[in-house]
Design a protein around this ligand. Structure first.
Ligand SMILES: Cc1cc2nc3c(=O)[nH]c(=O)nc-3n(C[C@H](O)[C@H](O)[C@H](O)COP(=O)(O)OP(=O)(O)OC[C@H]3O[C@@H](n4cnc5c(N)ncnc54)[C@H](O)[C@@H]3O)c2cc1C
Length: 512
């Protein structure tokens, strides 16, 4: 493995790399770095231009879920933790068992037990690994912890976020790849796998209008799922999903999944399911990197959500938003006109995240509920007022409100009760946010082994083919725990890189 590193497409064609990585997001870069760490010569193919590189990973707020026993584990991942951050924050702990429980409960016990166990039990090690690669983390205060009695308290274990979100994550990973002199070929979508017998021995890509063949010891597919492709969304997710907005990249067209299926890869997981959230009704059709994830509206647990008929249609307080937000986008899609309004009063304004205060927000504000009713575009105002008054009368105000715990302050006696954080809407000004469905990523993917090898339809693996990130199927069904996408990409990317490098070395040694 001592040949010179190819620096452009001509060199990549001339000098057979050990590992080709398809994709330019978190999973792909973790795979490329890991393969390089294992001694492989690596080439990365990114469908997007350099300006638009990085896929969905670029759009993230950087929530990063991993198991930890307490502050000491966190400090290994975040060595710059200040004394103030130690004294004034209650991080609690997030055991592997609790992380596994979350994976199982949220997916209604469908998550692939082996893959999710691997994900969970490797998560702290992956967090340490990514920190060693130059990615910085910081406490997710305000997003996953509120200040109560002078102290922040984390409620769901999601203690650290990537500092600076997706754009800093990508900067750090690309800088790392640059230091390693890993060539990245932009505007180069992969279109087909190259096979020799059963083994995958390279990839066909399009580069500047030409079809090019890149031979390699192994191929890692880390090029996202099919969320950007309306035809595949309608085909797999069902009617209406073609009209949902896409929260992130326009490049995840499902091409990697389709080429793997054509090669006989085994589909796995929830192909009719996806992660989708409440997203500003006037957001553009795909993500906007200047806004990132800020079109999302995740604080509905502190208000009520109503549809065009002025009716509530989900339990806003069923759990912390991080346990419900990824499935509630799908509930909005089912409503007439495919929209909803989130309604709050002044008592909870301070709890709303920054995403409610961006300039590009579709918002209505009023001093009375009656005045607000007339401003909720598309909503039956009389019905809304009936819903709001009935909700107010049903709130159990005898139970204290606490945003850091499932406080049990529910409504009582409604056809659809709110289970926690039920505050009457009674303090002006009232404010409401107009949202529709924003698709994040799709859940269906490929079956991989614990080494990230892609399995074939029947009994074995497809030699030389690996997958990571959104392309791994079987982890998420119907719902998702926030911060798991980046962790899954980093974990299976790390494994894919190391094992693809090992496979390429062995197969090249055998061939020579
Ligand atoms: C707005 C938003 C916020 C999010 N927030 C979080 C969060 O806080 N925490 C979290 O864990 N997750 C979050 N997610 C989910 C997270 O982004 C994904 O789970 C994760 O980034 C997926 O990583 P990936 O590398 O698999 O895919 P991506 O990052 O999407 O990368 C796929 C790459 O493949 C490239 N590509 C596509 N097709 C081809 C092809 N044919 N050839 C070559 N390249 C190709 C794309 O251009 C892209 O570079 C968020 C997602 C969005 C959209």
């Amino acid at each position: 493995m001592s040949d010179p590193i190819p620096s452009n497409i001509d060199d990549a064609l001339r000098t057979k790399p050990d590992v080709v990585v398809v994709g330019g997001g978190n999973a792909a870069l973790c795979a490329a770095i890991s393969a390089h760490e294992a001694g492989a010569r690596v080439v990365v193919l990114e469908a997007a231009s350099e300006e638009e590189r990085g896929g969905n990973s670029h759009f993230t707020g950087g929530a990063f879920r991993f198991a930890y026993r307490g502050v000491d584990d966190l400090r290994e991942v975040y060595p710059d933790m200040t004394q103030d951050e130690i004294d004034n924050v209650d991080y609690g702990s997030y055991s592997e068992e609790r992380f596994l429980d979350d994976m199982f409960e949220l997916t209604e016990y469908r998550t692939d037990p082996e893959l999710s166990e691997l994900l969970v039990r490797s998560s702290l090690e992956t967090a340490k690994w990514i920190a060693r690669q130059g990615v910085k983390l910081q406490p997710g205060l305000g997003r996953q912890a509120y200040k109560v009695d002078g102290k922040f308290k984390f409620w769901g274990g999601l203690a650290l976020h990537i500092w600076g979100g997706g754009s800093e994550l990508l900067k750090a990973l690309y800088a790392n790849a640059e230091r390693r002199r890993i060539p990245i070929l932009y505007d180069t979508p992969a279109i087909e796998l190259v096979r020799e017998g059963e083994a995958v021995t390279g990839i066909i890509a399009r580069h500047r209008g030409a079809r090019v063949k890149i031979e390699a010891g192994a191929v890692i597919l880390a090029c996202g799922s099919f969320e950007s492709n309306p035809e595949l969304r309608a085909r797999y997710l069902g009617p209406g999903w073609d009209m949902a907005k896409v929260r992130g990249t326009r490049f995840n067209m499902g091409e990697g999944l389709m080429m793997a299926l054509r090669a006989g890869a085994r589909p796995h997981g929830n192909w009719s399911g996806c992660h989708s959230v409440a997203w500003d009704v006037n957001a553009p059709p795909f993500g906007d990197l200047t806004i990132g994830d800020q079109f999302q509206k995740h604080n509905y647990p502190f208000g009520i959500v109503i549809n065009a008929k002025g009716e509530r249609f989900l339990d806003e307080g069923a759990n912390f938003h991080s346990h419900t937000y990824a499935k509630y986008g799908g509930e909005i899609l089912k409503q007439p006109g495919m929209f909803a309004w989130q309604v709050f009063d002044a008592k909870v304004s301070h709890l709303l995240r920054g995403e409610y205060r961006i300039r590009r927000v579709t918002k209505a504000e009023a001093n009375t509920l009656e005045e607000l009713a007339g401003k909720l575009t598309g909503v039956d105002p009389e019905a809304f007022l009936r819903t709001a008054h009935a909700f107010n009368a049903a709130c159990r105000t005898d139970v204290p409100f606490n945003p850091n715990i499932l406080d049990g302050r529910s409504t009582q006696g409604l056809a659809l009760d709110k289970s926690n954080w039920a505050n009457p809407l009674d303090m002006a000004p009232f404010h409401a946010y107009h949202v529709t469905t924003g698709v994040t990523f799709t859940f269906g993917g490929l079956k991989v082994t614990g080494n990230a090898e892609v399995e074939d339809l029947y009994t074995g693996v497809i030699p030389g083919l690996y997958a990571a990130g959104e392309m791994v199927g079987g982890l998420f069904y119907q719902n998702y725990a926030s911060g798991t996408g980046l962790m899954s990409g980093a974990t299976f990317g790390r494994f894919a890189g190391a094992h693809a490098a090992g496979y390429a070395t062995r197969s090249m040694a055998e061939a020579s």
